[in-house]
Design a protein around this ligand. Structure first.
Ligand SMILES: C[S@@+](CC[C@H](N)C(=O)[O-])C[C@H]1O[C@@H](n2cnc3c(N)ncnc32)[C@H](O)[C@@H]1O
Length: 197
């Protein structure tokens, strides 16, 4: 199916000044699982162009703080967010956390990371799985006990084992495909609640 840049959610995002239509996926997840609260510290992996951080910024308020990381720069400015342009697979997250004045532990880690897609869906799934594992390893390092984790993954043979692995780290694990996800997309999200590490 062809990409439709001007679909309902893309137009809505533009009219509501969000950087991307992805914001509505996070909104659906938050409405269903009640992830964000005022004053939380959030780590946003794969933050560019910035719509998830925009949503989280409002949800956590001025007393909260977001650290966003992406290979690409994030152009939007948010008073309670710091954006770093970097490859999450190539640096030590803890050094970054302290260098930018964040508390050691985060309340929520969100990952909307996705690989650049190729013509081979197996390659894309494998790369998505790899990014999901990186997101989980990062969450294990920085999440508070009782914290929440949202992670995008492309459906495929590895996705179920990723969900099973999450069950060893979180009290509750849900899989969810927001209705704002494009029909042609193979992506869905795992939501881990109540980290127990
Ligand atoms: C779907 S976009 C994220 C959209 C974002 N959540 C928003 O709402 O604006 C996926 C992002 O993952 C980023 N990404 C992929 N691999 C990454 C890596 N190794 N480190 C950091 N970011 C990565 C890409 O650069 C891309 O911007």
């Amino acid at each position: 199916m062809a990409y439709k840049p001007n679909d309902f959610y893309a137009r809505k995002a533009k009219s509501e000044n969000f950087a991307a239509r992805s914001v509505y996926k996070l909104e659906e997840i938050d409405k269903k699982y009640r992830i964000f609260k005022k004053g939380q510290q959030i780590l946003d992996l794969g933050a560019a162009p910035g719509s998830w951080s925009q949503y989280a910024s409002t949800a956590i308020g001025e007393s909260g703080k977001i650290l966003g990381i992406d290979l690409k720069p994030v152009a939007i400015k948010l008073s309670n967010a710091v954006f770093i342009t970097s490859n999450i697979q190539e640096f030590d997250i803890q050094l970054l956390v302290t260098a930018h004045g964040f508390k050691e532990k985060f309340d929520v880690v969100i990952s909307d990371m996705a690989p650049s897609t190729s013509s081979n869906r197996f390659t894309d799934q494998a790369r998505s799985y790899d990014l999901s594992i990186t997101a989980l390893q990062t969450a294990i390092r920085v999440l508070k006990t009782g914290g929440s984790f949202i992670c995008k993954i492309f459906d495929g043979p590895d996705a179920k084992s990723f969900g099973d692995e999450l069950k060893t780290y979180f009290k509750l694990v849900h899989s969810f495909k927001p209705k704002s996800t494009r029909k042609s997309s193979k992506e869905f999200f795992f939501i881990g609640l109540g980290s127990c590490f």
